[in-house]
Design a protein around this ligand. Structure first.
Ligand SMILES: *[C@@H]1O[C@H](CO)[C@@H](O)[C@H](O)[C@H]1NC(C)=O
Length: 295
């Protein structure tokens, strides 16, 4: 074989794994901080090298993890063979491939002004469990911060709504009535995107729960989401769209008091897909085979 034809094979060997993947960010030295560190969402990052056999075998499974966590957390991968990425790989002391690291943001305290001054630093945690979708997904979801309050009586719920005037903030209130006792990861993730814009509570509904102010169907399995602007129950609006993050955020753009901020969140969500693969078409396809999340 001529040297030139050997060289022409080389780019294939060092090609990035996830450039075309609609759900996994192909991270670089340029976008790493923005996507992983400047975020209140939990991230899972795979540090890999294209020539590594374990990395090649993990590829399909890791794409699957990305698909499962699409609306819930950030899933990214960084090619440590690329010269400009090496600094980041050594910053996180990556010695073997693949290395999977969870990035946990600290809890943000909205009512603590001093908190804003504090240095914002993510905790890192090496994942050593089985490299399978299910345990990887639960690793990530178990490390998400929770900003969703649980309220179990209507009296307490009404008090929480009324508190609007006292707390002197522009945040709108969102309440999700659910037949499940456990808070969903999707709702947790939505609350993180809405930090500082909306306060979110969830209300587990049982057969004997008394609810008079909201039109909740106790016989239906579906979660029901209400938005209450201005602390005024009479202005509440029921959400009836898809159980998907982007549709819920789109719905929220109609509320004037939060419109500029919510538009920003929406743009970020839309750009997320652009950042990941640069193509809108592909992301549409991914939506179709993305498994349904539930609130
Ligand atoms: C977390 O959310 C708060 C409230 O929106 C924001 O001020 C802060 O900058 C966020 N942190 C990061 C690292 O994005």
């Amino acid at each position: 074989m001529k040297l030139s034809s050997i060289l022409s094979l080389l780019p294939l060997v060092s090609a990035n794994f996830y450039t075309k993947d609609p759900n996994v960010f192909e991270l670089t030295a340029q976008n790493f901080d923005e996507i992983v560190l400047h975020s209140n969402q939990t991230s899972l990052v795979e540090f890999y090298a294209p020539w590594c056999g374990h990395c090649q075998r993990l590829k399909g499974e890791f794409s699957n993890v990305g698909k499962h966590l699409k609306d819930i957390a950030t899933v990214g991968a960084i090619n440590c063979d690329v010269a400009s990425n090496k600094k980041i790989c050594s910053k996180y002391r990556v010695e073997g491939y693949p290395t999977l690291i969870g990035f946990r943001p600290p809890k943000f305290n909205l009512d603590d002004n001093n908190g804003k001054e504090k240095k914002f630093q993510h905790a890192t945690e090496i994942y050593n469990g089985p490299r399978k979708t299910k345990p990887l997904v639960s690793f990530v979801t178990s490390r998400m911060k929770n900003y969703v309050k649980r309220i179990i009586t209507e009296e307490k719920l009404l008090n929480w709504v009324k508190n609007f005037e006292e707390t002197d903030n522009e945040r709108i209130k969102i309440v999700v009535f659910t037949k499940k006792d456990k808070l969903s990861s999707l709702l947790k993730s939505i609350a993180i995107d809405l930090l500082g814009i909306a306060d979110v509570v969830y209300f587990p509904v049982r057969a004997n729960t008394v609810i008079t102010e909201f039109d909740v169907d106790k016989d239906s399995d579906k979660a029901e989401l209400y938005v209450i602007p201005n602390g005024n129950l009479n202005e509440k609006v029921k959400y009836t769209g898809d159980v998907a993050k982007q549709s819920i955020v789109e719905f929220l753009t109609q509320f004037e008091s939060i419109e500029p901020q919510i538009s920003k969140v929406l743009t970020t969500l839309e750009n997320r897909e652009d950042i990941i693969n640069g193509k809108k078409k592909q992301s549409k396809k991914s939506k179709k085979n993305h498994e349904k999340d539930e609130l």
